[in-house]
Design a protein around this ligand. Structure first.
Ligand SMILES: [Zn+2]
Length: 322
């Protein structure tokens, strides 16, 4: 630059030496410049196509997705996985559900040997066989339901609890068969049946065979009704698709946890079909109760006592002393 002359002996390194902390600052600003590059670059990680939302709760703290408060994991566990601040009912797995419902958390598992044969040899982005294997490893179950036998407030009951973490709790051949077996066993032994739904609907990887389960389960429930054995359907977040369209809505008593999503088609599909804006709270338990689709919305803490009272009211034949 014309006319410009640096002071004699000037150099950047010498100037950095003169100002305390300047060298670190200089180094940091260089790193910052490199880091900002990533802000404008698209990471080329492969697209996650698992289709399942996972909530990681391994840490000590959990963020509530309703009130946005940070909750200590231990507080949440002690409060039956219900947010102590806003009463949001967190999703829980089938084993935790059974431990809340049955006396001393004890139960016997049945039909857990059934495994899907992948009848259509189905492959979309991943093979169905691979998805099955991964879910089996992650949940330690063969499919998306646990059939259990135990006592609820001293009353023998049969419970089928669905596992949402297993391919979205979808209903394929195994889920359909296991629920049918639970119904038939309850009918034969005159024991009340409780089905806890948590499902995205029928399992599309088993195509029409999964849709057949709706009819099979409904037929078994009709025979159970003829035998006058009570069936309580407990809907949890979420209960959608073919499960809502069949056994979830066929209970002698249909109850749900607060704030649970319950519906057949998703809200976006409905909006596009009827070309109307849907009301707030649409497809949530409270909305369904208000519109006569449910008998009650029961908080998780009161579920066991509520079901026990309901069974007393229904006077289960097997429970009446001879
Ligand atoms: Zn909350």
């Amino acid at each position: 630059m014309p006319g410009y002359e640096a002071e004699p002996g000037y150099s950047r390194s010498r100037r950095l030496k003169r100002v305390p902390g300047a060298r670190q600052l200089y180094a940091r600003s260089a790193t910052l410049a490199i880091n900002t590059m990533a802000w404008f670059k698209r990471e080329s990680a492969p697209l996650d196509t698992s289709g399942e939302k996972r909530v990681k709760t391994e840490g000590l703290w959990v963020k509530c997705d309703q009130c946005r408060q940070i909750i200590w994991k231990k507080d949440l566990d002690q409060n039956s996985n219900v947010c102590p601040k806003c009463d949001r009912h967190f999703r829980i797995d089938a084993r935790t559900r059974l431990s809340y419902l049955l006396d001393d958390g004890k139960y016997e598992m049945e039909d857990s040997n059934l495994v899907s044969t992948d009848p259509l040899k189905f492959t979309d982005l991943k093979s169905y066989a691979g998805r099955l294997q991964r879910s089996q490893q992650e949940t330690g179950l063969n499919d998306a339901v646990i059939n259990a036998r135990g006592k609820l407030d001293g009353k023998p009951v049969i419970v089928s609890a669905m596992e949402y973490a297993f391919i979205g709790g979808s209903m394929g051949t195994v889920v359909g068969e296991m629920i049918t077996r639970a119904i038939e066993r309850a009918t034969a032994e005159k024991l009340p049946l409780i089905v806890v739904s948590a499902s995205g609907g029928a399992r599309m990887m088993e195509g029409v065979i999964s849709l057949m389960q709706l009819a099979k389960i409904s037929a078994a429930l009709a025979r159970m009704d003829d035998a006058k054995v009570p069936y309580i359907s407990l809907m949890t977040d979420p209960t959608t698709g073919g499960v809502t369209a069949s056994f979830a809505m066929l209970g002698d008593l249909n109850i749900a946890e607060p704030g649970a999503l319950i519906g057949f088609a998703g809200p976006r599909v409905i909006e596009q079909t009827i070309r109307q804006k849907l009301p707030e709270g649409f497809q949530r338990s409270e909305f369904l109760l208000e519109h006569g689709m449910l008998d009650a919305v029961v908080r998780r803490h009161e579920l066991k006592a509520y079901i026990s009272r309901a069974l007393d009211f229904m006077k289960v034949p097997a429970l009446i002393p001879a």
